[in-house]
Design a protein around this ligand. Structure first.
Ligand code: ZN
Length: 426
């Protein structure tokens, strides 16, 4: 999958929390992976939230009295405040400035501003251009619609041997910015691509979910709460993966969840200690973990919302993100999935004294300094630490290994009646 190519296709589209830009974006993703499109009707009440009217824009610009275009949505869709109402009229500079948003500290950046739930209109402009504006009579046109339509989501599903499922989520609903709301979906698509390639021997089922942030995620939860509660045993929200910050993991609220255990094992082996406790402030993992929902979903990211200067500006562009970084995050999620797939409680089966491993062909025949005892030690460790309570990840943590790398040794130890497999700890 060529991440940069897809990023370039998705970047220019005018997305919001509803509208044709979302549909167009999912149509781009659908060229690469199978996705079903879900539409939830405007005004649907989802717990405390309501799906807003669908917003679409055809054109939006400001012209001066010489008919010269000052700002045009066509040049950069961040120029128009998200969810701006329809408007046409003339006004002087003082009146116009009430509708202009700019950032003095970042004079070359167009800010990203929205007003989803209050009806107003506005334009966003570089401060350097803002200060150049002269007293004049300006013509403003915004051809936008707020109509009863729907909110669009996309979903993929891979059936494993078990109905129990791992939920992998990212949110998408910003216009032309790259790290915020495109890098996460791209990391997710890479994980999805891996799962599609390995779908013959998956133990769990996998649900891939792409929703507009907050209202999209809440409306999905509202419409699927029973099956989510019944089947989801873990998963991850993936976002802000394209910048240069180190990878961070925010734990699910249920501290001993499989999601937390599986990814923590991988990160610790890689000496990445950026693991943080759950907080109700953050990305869309907060909706999965909140009261009444209680799904054990963690969040993997790099910078995170508000944690970089380019955040919510036109400087969060294609050049700002690094496709290598996007792919590194997907690799960690894939490794966590491999841990989830392999994790079971281990019971000791050989229960009197140490087994003589050379009889089983599991110990090097020639002893001494040069003998490769690594495999034998792995067998002894797995067998020796097994107690019917610790699972593969627990034991891997004790011996400083990534849990999934023990897969073959566990198989051999099982075949040789040293251990047996109990339940998983999910
Ligand atoms: Zn954002």
């Amino acid at each position: 999958m060529d991440v940069l190519k897809i990023l370039k296709e998705l970047f220019p589209i005018n997305r919001s929390i509803t509208g044709d830009g979302l549909r167009e974006s999912f149509a781009v993703m659908k060229k690469y992976v199978p996705l079903s499109i879900i539409e939830y009707k405007s005004k649907m009440q989802c717990y405390d939230w309501q799906i807003p009217l669908e917003w679409n824009v055809t054109k939006a610009y400001i012209k001066d009295s010489n008919n010269k275009t000052i700002i045009d949505f066509k040049d950069n869709n961040l120029h128009l405040m998200g969810y701006s109402t329809n408007f046409e009229g003339y006004m002087d500079l003082t009146q116009l400035k009430k509708h202009l948003y700019t950032i003095k500290e970042q004079p070359n950046a167009i800010p990203f501003v929205t007003s989803y739930y209050e009806k107003k209109w506005g334009f966003c402009i570089e401060y350097n251009k803002y200060i150049e504006l002269k007293e004049d009579q300006y013509y403003v046109l915004i051809d936008s619609t707020h109509k009863e339509g729907s909110l669009t989501l996309a979903e993929g599903y891979i059936k494993g041997q078990s109905e129990k499922e791992i939920l992998l989520h990212s949110y998408v609903g910003h216009p032309s910015m790259a790290n915020d709301q495109l890098s996460g979906p791209l990391s997710l698509l890479l994980v999805y691509e891996y799962l599609l390639k390995h779908n013959d021997d998956l133990r769990y089922s996998y649900r891939i979910l792409l929703t507009p942030e907050t209202i999209g995620t809440i409306s999905y939860i509202y419409n699927n709460i029973d099956s989510l509660k019944k089947n989801v045993i873990g998963g991850y929200v993936i976002c802000f993966t394209g910048d240069q910050s180190e990878i961070k993991y925010k734990q699910s609220k249920r501290i001993d969840s499989l999601s937390n255990k599986a990814i923590t094992n991988i990160m610790k082996i890689e000496n990445n200690e950026n693991i943080y406790p759950y907080s109700p402030i953050g990305c869309d993992e907060r909706h999965f973990n909140c009261h009444g929902i209680d799904l054990p979903i963690g969040c993997i990211m790099r910078s995170g919302p508000g944690n970089y200067d380019e955040y919510h500006t036109s400087l969060d562009n294609i050049e700002f993100v690094d496709v290598e970084k996007i792919s590194e995050v997907s690799k960690i999620v894939i490794e966590a999935i491999k841990n989830i797939e392999i994790n079971d409680v281990i019971n000791p089966k050989h229960t009197m004294c140490e087994p003589k491993l050379d009889k089983l062909g599991l110990y090097p025949k020639t002893a001494g300094k040069l003998a490769n005892k690594e495999k034998a030690f792995e067998v002894l460790n797995i067998w020796g630490h097994s107690d019917g309570k610790k699972d593969v990840i627990d034991i891997a943590n004790l011996i400083n290994k990534k849990a999934y790398t023990l897969k073959n040794t566990i198989e051999e130890s099982k075949k040789n009646n040293l251990i047996s497999i109990g339940d998983n700890n999910a």
